[in-house]
Design a protein around this ligand. Structure first.
Ligand SMILES: [Fe+2]
Length: 123
C-alpha cells in the first residue's frame, strides 16, 4: 500500500516535533484569543494549513469541521479554485472553568483527513 492510500485509513495529525511538508500543508491551524471569557463571543479562525495547500480542481480542501471537545460546532464546505479553505466563526462558551480543546478536521480530496487542535481555557 502506498503512503497516499494509507493516509485515507485514519485521521492524520502532526507526528513528532518536526512537521513534514505534507503535515504542514494539511493540518488545520486554529487561532483563538489568549483570553476567553464565559458568555462572550470571540472569533475562532481556521486555515489549512501552515503553508499553502494547492487549490486546484484536481487537488483541494473539500471541507473543515469544527468541534469543542467532541461537540460538533459546524461544517464548512469549499469548492476548488473559487474559495479558500479559511474561515472565521464567532463562538461563545458559557461555562467558566471549561478546560477543553477546539479540534478542526479537514479533508483533502487527495490526502484524506487531517486534524489540528488548540487548548482552550474559559475564565
Ligand atoms: Fe492535499
Amino acid at each position: 500500500m502506498s503512503d497516499c492510500k494509507a493516509l485515507f485509513c485514519k485521521v492524520n495529525k502532526i507526528e513528532g516535533s518536526e512537521p513534514s511538508e505534507m503535515e504542514r500543508k494539511h493540518t488545520p491551524v486554529i487561532e483563538i484569543p489568549d483570553t476567553i471569557t464565559a458568555g462572550e463571543f470571540f472569533d475562532v479562525k481556521i486555515k489549512v494549513g501552515e503553508i499553502a495547500h494547492p487549490n486546484e480542481n484536481e487537488h483541494f480542501i473539500q471541507w473543515i469541521e469544527l468541534y469543542i471537545g467532541k461537540v460538533h460546532l459546524g461544517r464548512f464546505d469549499f469548492v476548488a479554485v473559487m474559495t479558500k479553505p479559511e474561515i472565521t466563526i464567532p463562538v461563545v462558551l458559557s461555562h467558566a472553568g471549561l478546560d477543553s480543546s477546539f479540534r478542526a478536521i479537514s479533508r483533502c480530496n487527495m490526502h484524506g483527513l487531517w486534524e489540528g487542535s488548540v487548548n482552550v481555557k474559559v475564565a
